[in-house]
Design a binder for this molecule. Structure first.
Ligand SMILES: [Zn+2]
Length: 646
């Protein structure tokens, strides 16, 4: 928002020395100019004594200067020269001047100018005669509108220094609309979003800052690639990776779009967090401090300063950065085209994992390639020596990699798993065509049922997770009510976690041979360790373009992003999360975790149904399903495979 008019007022002149030490009162004439134009009346005589203060009538001694054509380097000059008239002629008591420089953004500025020292001559000390008080205020700021409409409409602050309200030239008051949506990209209509106020006609439309738009799929996303995470990780001030690890917070919408974004002033209101670098603009970086257990932090955006009006509020956990080790195990078949390592290059698997890491990092969890590079069950690093945690092995039966059935207790996921590390089992293909988090051991709840049939151990469904609750405002999950102004205050949300599997009891006999063989190969290995199998199936034939719904027009980067989102989703199940949003059923698509609300059409749906990573919001050009919310973070962070610093 550009300042287009300023008001410069000569407020008063303090008489420091009337200079007329013989004849009593001095008779002063004030010659003033603002931006080269004379103001006031230089013929008027002010009779002054030392210690007086001359108050100048605003109507006569001020001027509104149009600075709309000004740019960098331009300025407005204020001058005052005082002449004293007495019996012996005119004395020049000196001149003061002030230069006001573009962009004139200070709402209220008082300037005091001392006149120069004058020579006292043979008999007197040097002396100065006056002090001028100049006040500069913003008279008008211009907000441009769309090209199609009028090109500009003037707005002004209601009073000098008053930043709580803005008004249009017609006097219509408004507060800029500023949002920090935790869900990025912002859910599209008819998703329920907090209603926005109607703005006065003529103001520029709202805008979504670039940082809040995921329009392209970066080849190698930084850990903090996704802004507005649910957890701000605790990091040292001197952390060499602060640029890629500090949480990025961004405005997701503001209106009018031509507000001066340098005046968005961010502040940590509560919680152990500090802003890294600049606290102004549309986005900032934040790091957690201290060593406490997970604590909620509130961050607000003000206009101009801490004392300016609050425009938006954001909540996030501050917590220790957890470490979650993982390995990727390519399961090669024999014969046919079942050589998985010939279908998907190791580098592509690693690119996919970078996306998974960026999504899970929103929960303050740092996924690391398993530092233990020992291969099990014949596995070796693929390629040899890689530090990405990527292995390959050859299965004992092609049924362990080809058309693997998610509904049967998996033999695929056991290969090369290390108890306590996530195992992404890259098999050739699955019966169902998709990926699935089949080994959800170690999470809370009652396990799903299993049943022997046809010589196989089948999962029968059933079981339950547990209920997680979180209150506060803005909402823990952005479902209605959101707690954002103009919406009702936030209420406690209840989320259901996914039902676990329990391999140690369900598959004790099934795994018996494996356990003893593994113990023979790498002692000790116990049956109890099967309870630390955290794994999913991932079919590599996806990379042939058979990923369900994948348009042929996908670029390699889009493909990697969508596989990455999908594997992050499977990891979410492994860590205890149920489905959010649409799931498989479009009619009606309610959430598996119970987080539903009415959309703008009054239909109850899981929300946000395409933007949460536990949904199926795989975009074509814009990948959607990124969000991991506050309440989901509480589940993810308690998984036994994650370790935290003391
Ligand atoms: Zn799922």
């Amino acid at each position: 928002m550009a300042v287009t008019k300023i008001k410069v007022r000569l407020v008063s002149v303090d008489v420091l020395d009337d200079s007329d030490w013989i004849w009593g009162a001095g008779e002063w004439h004030l010659h003033a100019s603002i931006d080269g134009t004379a103001v006031g009346d230089s013929n008027r005589e002010f009779s002054v004594h030392t210690g007086d203060s001359i108050t100048l009538r605003e109507a006569d001694w001020s001027r509104v200067v149009d600075v709309s054509g000004h740019g960098p380097g331009d300025s407005v000059e204020v001058r005052l020269r005082i002449i004293e008239k007495d019996l012996f002629g005119d004395d020049n008591l000196g001149q003061v001047r002030a230069t006001l420089r573009y962009p004139y953004r200070q709402p209220l500025r008082d300037i005091y100018l001392l006149s120069p020292w004058l020579d006292g001559g043979w008999f007197f000390d040097d002396y100065r005669c006056f002090r001028l008080h100049v006040r500069v205020t913003i008279e008008e700021e211009m907000v441009s509108t769309n090209l199609a409409g009028p090109t500009a409409v003037p707005v002004r602050r209601n009073a000098a220094g008053d930043v709580t309200r803005f008004s249009t030239v017609k006097g219509t008051a408004f507060t800029p609309r500023v949002e920090i949506c935790p869900v990025i990209p912002i859910p599209a209509a008819p998703a329920h979003m907090p209603p926005r106020p109607a703005m006065p006609a003529g103001l520029a439309a709202g805008t979504i800052p670039a940082a809040a738009q995921v329009t392209a799929a970066p080849a190698a996303p930084a850990l903090n690639a996704l802004p507005n995470p649910s957890v701000i990780p605790i990091l040292a001030a001197g952390d060499p990776n602060l640029a890629t690890r500090a949480a990025r917070l961004t405005l997701t919408y503001y209106e009018p779009s031509n507000l001066d974004t340098s005046k968005f002033h961010w502040r940590v209101v509560s919680g152990p967090a500090v802003i890294v670098g600049s606290a102004s603009g549309t986005s900032i970086r934040v790091r957690g401090t201290g060593n406490a257990a997970d604590t909620m932090a509130t961050i607000q955006v003000h206009w101009e300063s801490n004392s300016g009006p609050v425009l938006a509020t954001y909540r996030a956990w501050v917590g220790k950065l957890g470490t979650l080790p993982y390995r990727v195990t390519f399961l090669n078949g024999t014969g046919g085209n079942w050589q998985t390592t010939a279908i998907m290059p190791s580098a592509q698997a690693n690119s996919i994992m970078q996306v998974v890491r960026a999504i899970v990092y929103q929960a303050g969890v740092l996924m690391v390639p398993d530092p233990n590079v020992t291969g099990f069950d014949g596995a070796t690093l693929f390629p040899a020596g890689n530090t990405n945690g990527i292995f390959q092995t050859t299965v004992t039966s092609n049924r362990h990699t080809r058309n693997v059935n998610h509904n049967v207790v998996s033999r695929a996921t056991r290969y090369n798993f290390r108890p306590g590390a996530i195992n992404f089992s890259f098999c050739h293909s699955t019966s169902q065509g998709n990926a699935a988090a089949v080994d959800r051991n170690g999470i809370a709840g009652i396990a799903v049922k299993t049943k022997w049939a046809g010589g196989k151990l089948w999962y029968q469904g059933g079981g339950t997770g547990i209920t997680k609750k979180l209150g506060g405002s803005p909402s823990a999950s952005w479902i209605k009510p959101s707690g954002v102004p103009k919406d009702a205050a936030g209420v406690v949300k209840s989320m259901q976690t996914i039902n676990p599997t329990k391999r140690t009891t369900q598959a004790k006999n099934y795994d018996k041979g494996y356990v003893s063989a593994r113990n023979t190969a790498a002692n000790p290995f116990t049956a109890a360790m099967m309870g630390q199998l955290y794994a999913c199936h991932c079919p590599v034939v996806w990379s042939r373009g058979t990923l369900a719904g994948a348009p042929p027009a996908w670029t390699a980067a889009q493909y990697v992003w969508n596989c990455g989102i999908n594997l992050a989703h499977e990891l979410g199940h492994i860590l205890g999360l149920a489905h959010r949003g649409s799931g498989w059923s479009p009619n009606p698509p309610l959430s598996g975790d119970g987080m539903d609300c009415k959309n703008q059409k009054g239909v109850v749906k899981g929300h946000p149904w395409s933007e949460n990573f536990m949904t199926y919001g795989y975009g074509t050009t814009t990948p959607l399903a990124h969000d991991l919310d506050l309440i989901q973070a509480t589940v993810v962070r308690t998984h036994p495979a994650i370790t935290y610093p003391p």
